[in-house]
Write a protein that binds this ligand. Structure first.
Ligand code: G4P
Length: 524
């Protein structure tokens, strides 16, 4: 039987945020508590920046944005923490969506002055779809920001989730005094010069001791704020949080490492251990004896000196063992992995075993595709990795006639990695790449050249949306395909895709062909 305590102590989660809200700062502070990095203090000191695990791709360094998804793991108290990093840049949103299928919970970082921003809103939608439990960290309290009560209203309204403060700020900006930790019932006093240790005072807020600590006017205000919170917000209930219906809120400053440990302490206690995962055939429970897992991410060039791909596999059940034979369900092939890796903050090491909740890196030379399932023999297919309709489209053309083969191989492998989506127009046979942002086109061009020695050229194509079409009425579907023959394409699975060139055309098609379903994600 699988060691249940190993599963119970695992916490696999992602930190999501709009760019600049403080995700990197928070991640680095968490690594500090996990003993994974020793450098306290200024977040982006060059030392940390240089060794930051997410700087895997050259392009990422050039642009200073986090392109790839990395995994960081460490022990904290009795818990094993797996953090899945997500690219902040919106052009890589699809990457983040996929990462969210591999986590059991999420921490959302919100800038206290800016409140809820676009990217946060979108990512929260994905969490809501999957009922992922969410904790919110309101960052940058050392700066002047919004009134905390207004912010809570905004969080509820914009993220469409009930919130419950578990800490409460005392002033903000230059007057920021600290937070009252409602969860631990302690007062944490803020000292900007001290970067690691915050002074914690166990205090009965109804005594004069509080007045002594922060002065009577602020003490009175804190008491009345807390009274209001107790009156307005329902008592914190772990079950409601675990169901994804209520998000506890913490306040702090990631840069100053203030409020981070409190967040971490509460997180490990309330966040879920690995949850059951739905496969097409059945629900797979983490404590099941046999190993199952799925690939949610493939990254090339982690080490620029070797042309190596790594497929990231989330262990869903059982125990993964090095060198044991596992079934690659799509290929119907047995495989052994002699050098599976796990990722510490700044290095990767070979592992002998891994449990449900863990993420393992499997060396890959083109055998894996996003969504592939590994098992001990059962024919299982994990769900929940849909492709979303891209927002930008371009024809991809070969710019070097001598390198046709390399280009085809490169495109194929990059699509397997899920970098973008490929549609082949059935009318003219041209390949169309669909992305969610301009930057992805640049990444593809760069990688084709650097990794496959192939050069490509982009040509404009004016499209509004790609929708997957299906119908029970075969005749109508055929009539539709005939009428729209110039706009019909196949995706990589050979499914029919309608390339609508405007929202008007799409609307008209929906009116004219009543029995056809137009889907905006590939999973329907
Ligand atoms: P991101 O990963 O979500 O994009 O955010 P990141 O942590 O990189 O933080 C974005 C900026 O916000 C950084 O400033 C960072 O120093 C700052 N920041 C993060 N947390 C806090 C906080 O608690 N208080 C304050 N005042 N600032 C915070 P930058 O100017 O872009 O970079 P740098 O010059 O500091 O390196």
């Amino acid at each position: 039987m699988v060691d249940n305590s190993e599963i119970q102590r695992r916490r696999t989660f992602a930190i999501i945020a709009h760019p600049d809200a403080g995700k990197t700062s928070l991640t680095e502070k968490l690594l500090l508590f996990g003993g994974q990095i020793q450098v306290a203090g200024a977040v982006k000191s060059n030392k940390i920046k240089k060794t930051a695990t997410s700087d895997w791709m050259e392009i990422e360094k050039q642009r200073g944005i986090s392109v790839t998804t990395s995994v960081m793991e460490f022990d904290y108290r009795d818990y094993k923490i797996n953090i899945l990093d997500t690219p902040g840049h919106q052009d890589f949103a699809e990457d983040t969506y996929r990462t969210l299928t591999a986590v059991d919970s999420v921490i959302i970082v919100v800038d206290g002055a800016k409140g809820v921003e676009t990217q946060t809103r979108k990512l929260m939608e994905v969490c809501r779809m999957r009922n992922t439990p969410v904790i919110i960290f309101v960052n940058k309290m050392d700066r002047e920001g919004k009134d905390p009560f207004d912010l809570l209203d905004e969080l509820e309204e914009e993220l469409m989730i009930q919130v419950r403060p578990l800490s409460w700020p005392i002033e903000q900006g230059p007057r920021f005094k600290g937070v009252y930790n409602i969860y631990e019932q302690k007062l944490d006093l803020y000292q900007p010069s001290k970067q690691i240790v915050t002074e914690k005072v166990e205090i009965d807020i109804n005594t004069e001791e509080l007045d002594g600590q922060i002065g009577k006017p602020l003490a009175d205000k804190l008491r009345s704020d807390l009274e209001l919170i107790e009156g307005v917000y329902p008592e914190f209930d772990v079950e409601t949080y675990l169901e994804g219906h209520c998000a506890p809120v913490f306040f702090g400053s990631a840069l100053n490492n203030f409020g981070v440990q409190e967040l971490l302490n509460c997180f490990v206690e309330i966040a879920p251990s690995p949850r059951p995962v739905q496969a097409e055939e059945r629900e797979v429970k983490p404590e099941e004896h046999k190993f199952t897992g799925f690939i949610f991410k493939i990254t090339a060039n982690i080490d620029p000196n070797h042309r190596s791909c790594v497929a990231f596999c989330k262990v869903c059940s059982g125990k993964f063992v090095r060198n044991a034979p596992y079934l690659h369900v799509r290929h119907g092939k047995s495989m052994r992995f002699s050098s599976p890796t796990q990722f510490m903050a700044q290095r990767k090491t070979t592992i002998d075993e891994a449990y449900a909740g863990d993420i393992i890196g499997l060396p890959d030379n083109g055998t894996f595709k996003i969504g592939d399932t590994l098992t001990e023999g059962e024919l299982l297919h994990f769900r929940g990795l849909p492709s979303f309709s891209p927002e930008m489209f371009k024809y991809i053309e070969n710019a070097d006639p001598m390198k046709q083969k390399q280009l085809a191989k490169g495109i194929d492998q990059l699509m397997d990695e899920g970098v973008a989506q490929l549609f082949v127009n059935q009318f003219n046979g041209r390949k169309i790449i669909g992305t969610v942002g301009q930057l992805q086109f640049e990444v593809i061009q760069y990688r084709l050249l650097n990794e496959y020695n192939a050069s490509c050229r982009w040509e404009p194509v004016s499209l509004y949306k790609a929708c997957w079409v299906e119908s029970d009425d075969i005749e109508e579907l055929e009539a539709f395909k005939k009428r729209k023959y110039q706009y019909m394409a196949k995706d990589r699975e050979g499914r029919d895709v309608f390339l609508a060139d405007s929202s008007y055309v799409l609307q008209m098609a929906q009116i004219d062909f009543k029995h056809i379903k137009f889907h905006f994600t590939s999973e329907f």
